[in-house]
Design a protein around this ligand. Structure first.
Ligand code: COA
Length: 191
């Protein structure tokens, strides 16, 4: 069970993690993570090679938080503030929250992504409860699929991915509720 305490600084504390708004101060940690090929085994083309890719991403996420009141967090351990990764929900142009997570490999296998995902679903409901929480994943990423399921999302579509994948790999769309036709079409087009 995830216990959250919203402090005046907008930090969220779960059982084991400290979730804070992504900030420019996190760029070095974020780029180390997003340039690590180990975190892109399921989609090697997504790896950030140039530092500017990470800078752009952080700036986009900061802008999204300013517009929508919520965005991805920098995730650190509550005990010693060690960098764990990036995760949470971001508003999309498709009018749905996108649930995402990318953790440093040393942090895998401890239930951290599930802890982040549950906190994100709760935060999304508190921020805009009428907006579906959705996730997009490739079929070669069973750990990510397991996290979406544990967060309470259900599979609503599987088919050809919009990104180039290895043969036989498809995209999936997950959601926590029924979607409008426009939301569904946007998700499938961007799966
Ligand atoms: C996906 C990722 C965030 C998972 O992080 P994590 O903290 O290890 O995840 P958790 O420990 O919370 O849960 C992982 C779940 O996947 C399961 N799992 C892990 N590896 C698995 C595998 N190879 N096959 C099937 N299930 C697997 C675990 O058993 C667990 O399920 P359970 O809770 O039902 O037991 C992490 O692997 C990661 O950062 N990967 C690289 C980035 C990425 O793929 N992001 C998602 C893009 S859509």
């Amino acid at each position: 069970m995830v216990h959250q305490l919203l402090t005046p600084s907008q930090e969220i504390r779960t059982d084991r993690l400290l979730l804070t708004a992504l900030s420019p101060a996190d760029i070095d940690d974020v780029h180390a993570l997003f340039s690590d090929a180990g975190t892109w085994q399921h989609l090697p083309s997504g790896r950030h090679v140039a530092r500017s890719s990470s800078v752009d991403m952080v700036q986009r996420k900061i802008g999204g938080r300013a517009r929508h009141g919520l965005g991805s967090w920098t995730v650190r351990t509550a005990s010693d503030h060690a960098f764990v990764g990036v995760g949470g929900v971001d508003m999309t142009v498709g009018g749905v929250w996108n649930l995402g997570y990318r953790l440093a490999p040393a942090a895998w296998g401890q239930g951290f992504a599930s802890e982040i995902a549950l906190a994100a679903v709760r935060a999304a409901a508190e921020t805009a409860c009428d907006v579906p929480v959705t996730g997009r994943v490739l079929t070669n990423n069973p750990a990510s699929v397991a996290v979406l399921r544990r967060a309470g999302l259900s599979l609503v579509w599987q088919g050809p991915a919009s990104v180039r994948t290895e043969p036989g790999v498809e995209g999936q769309v997950w959601a926590d509720r029924a979607l409008s036709d426009a939301q569904f079409a946007w998700l499938v087009a961007n799966a």
